[in-house]
Design a binder for this molecule. Structure first.
Ligand code: APR
Length: 313
């Protein structure tokens, strides 16, 4: 019996390589990095492996251009994709990444039919739908990383504003990953103290707006890429909860079948993550205004999914 866990990371770029690094550092599992670029996953894997003696981890890290070495993974993290290039429309990017995620999912499923897939590639919720449709996995085994990152950004800004430990700040963000995300201020707070008691409405609005544009703010600085330290940290928090069956309650993109009035669509909601993947979807009572924002966000996800469907009829 193999007691060691195994995680495949598809895409050995910025997010993928940092996922591998964090998994190794936490000694969560052996890691297989897969990428289409020859040599890159092998080189980065070897480099990570050689950090082991210094960092004090014994996990195996390997790199490959094919999926053979990924066989029997417990989790597959899909980060492969293209960044948006000048002149590319949102739909062009959507269809390019659709092909990448489709191929990656087919290969992952062939090698690891029992794994849990965590999707990171953007546009996130539509890519979750792709992985779900292609894998034909049960809905508990396809999960999107978005809310953990969005709440991490919101928590950071709140902590900075109040000059308190970010660890004490809890936040709830729902909806699709993107500018229609729905930060739920009412349910966010510091060690149980509601945020609304700690700052005025104008400050709250400013922090919510900064959270919505959190990804774009970093792209603007980096110019040639998007964020990867916080995205990889968020992804690995999800992977850890699954691998250790911690049952953390985290905001993730999940396939909804009527929850919040949304059917047949991946949207960010609070879920419980354990060894079976999504073990519970929490349906919390929303105010009418919050529900309206969530519907609007779901509509934006639906539009992207429709573009994919239209191409595949
Ligand atoms: N199979 C495997 N790897 C692929 C494929 C494919 N079909 N197509 C592209 N890749 C690889 C690229 O070679 C590259 O190494 O995916 C990697 C993507 O890495 P980066 O360009 O560094 O992008 P990154 O910052 O890691 O972001 C990846 O995560 O947060 C999201 O929006 C982000 O969709 C993007 C994804």
């Amino acid at each position: 019996m193999n007691l060691r866990k195994k995680v495949t990371v598809v895409g050995a770029g910025n997010v993928g390589a940092n996922c591998a690094l964090r998994i190794a550092d936490k000694e969560l599992a052996d890691v297989v990095l897969v990428d289409v670029v020859e040599g890159v996953p092998q080189g980065k894997a070897l480099d990570l492996l050689q950090s082991g003696p210094v960092q004090g981890y014994d996990v195996m890290v390997t790199g490959a251009n094919d999926y053979g070495p990924t066989a029997n993974s417990d989790i597959a993290i899909i980060t492969a994709g293209f960044p948006r290039k000048p002149g590319m429309s949102r739909d062009d990017l959507l269809l390019a990444n659709y092909e990448v995620v489709k191929t990656a999912t087919e290969q992952v499923v062939k090698q690891s039919p029992n794994c849990i897939i965590i999707v990171v590639t953007n546009p996130l919720d539509a890519m979750c739908q792709t992985a779900y449709m292609v894998s034909q996995f049960p809905k508990n085994r396809v999960i999107g990383m978005a809310g953990v990152l969005d709440t991490a950004r919101f928590r950071t800004f709140i902590a900075q504003e109040l000059k308190v430990s970010a660890e004490n700040v809890t936040a709830v963000v729902m909806g699709g990953h993107g500018d229609t995300m729905v930060p739920l201020v009412r349910l966010s707070g510091v060690s149980g103290i509601p945020l609304t008691e700690l700052m005025d409405q104008a400050t709250l609005d400013r922090l919510v707006e900064r959270t919505r544009n959190g990804g774009a703010e970093i792209v603007k600085y980096l110019k040639t890429g998007s964020a990867y330290y916080a995205p990889s940290a968020a992804t690995v928090e999800m992977a850890e909860s699954i691998l250790k069956d911690k049952k953390k309650v985290l905001p993730c993109s999940a396939y909804l079948e009527g929850e919040y009035g949304i059917k047949g669509l991946f949207v960010g909601v609070p879920v419980k993550l354990g060894e079976r993947g999504i073990e519970q979807i929490y349906q919390i009572k929303l105010a009418a205004e919050e529900q309206a924002l969530l519907q609007k966000s779901a509509k934006a996800v639906q539009e992207l999914v429709d573009v994919i469907r239209k191409k595949n009829v």
